[in-house]
Write a protein that binds this ligand. Structure first.
Ligand code: SAH
Length: 441
């Protein structure tokens, strides 16, 4: 993948919609799918030279050629244009990114997730920028202690890291910035992410982001931590290895849900399925006074990390198992095991609306087994992070599980992600995380 030669803030092409396709974009939905586009007309010099315009700024016009919005183009992505500015006077330049990032960080400061400049940040973590929900489709930034992890999920953003990184340096003053691609997303965006592993040695402290950095995972600015760092969540310590962890390091979106779940678990034998490094399990044991927790994940690295987290917090009541979640649940059911609570937090089952039905079938199957493992009066904590599955679909799935199981199910709480993961009202796909706390009679 070659980065486009110049990253201009002025539009290099006009993207003209097919008739009757403009409504969602007047309504500020940020994703223009290729199927809505009639043609792309290069502007000025770009037309003559047939430049690669992937990642560049384009104007979105209706079929009568009236301006709707500016966005970043990518012919290789299902989302051909990611819209970010609906004002003809607001180009997508450095000042634009600075305004959006400032506003995103201000929200986290307002809710107390981001300490003020100069305060100790070394043991807290927060999502500082959440893509569409912060008006920058394709950019995720998480802060872990004194470090930032930047995750571009759009080509146009990856190409602009040289402008975005200095803004983050200025606004957050981290010790270092690490770049991490979501491999599946990078592929969907045609970003050739060829990195196998991050650098493990602390490289020379650099002051400039590297020009070749955008498509390779790794350290892009400042210092890299020598080893794992420790983050405190709800008073519990979690080691995070920013160089190897899943996602950007921890699943920060579940922080409040772990605490909420813990309130229902006192004295219970708990099964934490898809436990990663033990977020729910350790909170259940320490804050929830669960009598014991069996925590299961398919990743050996995650399990090893979970065991270290248990030691770090002096917790002996959590037992970890590395296994395939689906098979493990079947085996528990065959053995007739019973639990006082089951937590299900599986990985995403589909991307986009396309796989929603299949995802719902997978949720149905998992939840059905989980219910069969519960004693009367047991607690089911069921989560879904599949964006294509709506909250309503998810609740209907749970209702279907209750009906098929012939058990009374009461939904005690329906929850969403932590408040540093806001939801864009004009892009409801950003409401991806559902968490239901249920009682099964
Ligand atoms: N509950 C966790 C987050 C879970 S994310 C927390 O609170 O931090 C989903 C987890 O599912 C990941 O850790 C991943 O390793 C695991 N996973 C994915 N596919 C799996 C499978 N087939 N069997 C078991 N675990 C799986």
């Amino acid at each position: 993948m070659n980065a486009s030669p110049t990253i201009a803030s002025t539009a290099v092409a006009r993207v003209i919609l097919k008739p009757r396709k403009a409504l969602p974009f007047y309504g500020r939905h940020p994703w223009v799918l290729a199927s809505a586009i009639d043609r792309v007309e290069p502007i000025g010099i770009h037309g003559e030279h047939q430049l690669d315009i992937d990642g560049q700024v384009v104007e979105l016009l209706n079929d009568k050629k009236r301006f709707i919005a500016y966005g970043l183009y990518n012919s290789k992505s299902r989302i051909a244009v990611r819209l970010c500015s609906w004002s003809v006077d607001e180009p997508i330049d450095e000042a634009f990114f600075r305004r959006r990032l400032e506003a995103a960080i201000a929200l986290r400061q307002q809710i107390g997730y981001e300490p003020a400049q100069g305060a100790d940040k070394s043991e807290s973590a927060t999502r500082l920028v959440f893509s569409e929900a912060d008006g920058v489709s394709g950019l995720v930034v998480d802060r872990y202690g004194d470090y930032l992890v930047v995750q571009p999920t759009a080509l146009g953003i990856a190409q602009r890291l040289e402008s975005i990184v200095p803004i983050l340096q200025d606004l957050v003053q981290p010790r270092g910035i690490i770049l991490k691609f979501d491999k599946a997303m990078a592929k969907l965006e045609g970003m050739n992410n060829n990195s196998q592993q991050l650098e493990t040695e602390t490289p020379q402290k650099s002051t400039q982001p590297s020009a070749t950095a955008p498509f390779t995972d790794g350290h892009i600015w400042g210092e890299l931590p020598d080893g794992p760092i420790t983050i405190r969540e709800n008073g519990l310590a979690f080691e995070v290895d920013l160089r190897v962890g899943q996602k950007t390091g921890l699943y920060l979106d579940q922080r409040e849900n772990r605490l909420a779940a813990a309130h229902y678990l006192s004295g219970r034998r708990v099964l934490d399925m898809f436990c990663y490094t033990g977020g729910f399990a350790l909170t259940a044991a320490k804050l929830g006074n669960a009598s014991s927790v069996l925590a299961v994940d398919g990743s050996k690295t995650a399990i090893a990390h979970g065991q270290r987290n248990a030691e770090l917090n002096g917790i002996q009541s959590v037992q970890y198992e590395c296994a395939d979640g689906f098979k493990f649940l079947d085996q528990l059911a065959e053995r007739g095991e019973k639990f006082g609570a089951v937590i299900l937090d599986p990985p995403k089952f589909a991307r986009g609306r396309g796989g929603a039905n299949q995802a719902l079938m997978a949720y149905h199957r998992l939840n059905r087994i989980a219910v069969s493992l519960l004693e009367p009066g047991g607690i089911l904590i069921s989560c879904s992070c599949t964006g294509g599955v709506s909250r309503e679909d998810f609740l209907l799935m749970l209702s279907g599980v209750a009906q098929k199981s012939s058990r009374d199910m009461r939904i005690l709480q329906t929850r969403g992600p932590a408040p540093d993961h806001p939801i864009s009202a004009t892009c409801l796909e950003t409401e991806y995380l559902k968490c239901a706390i249920c009682e099964i009679r």
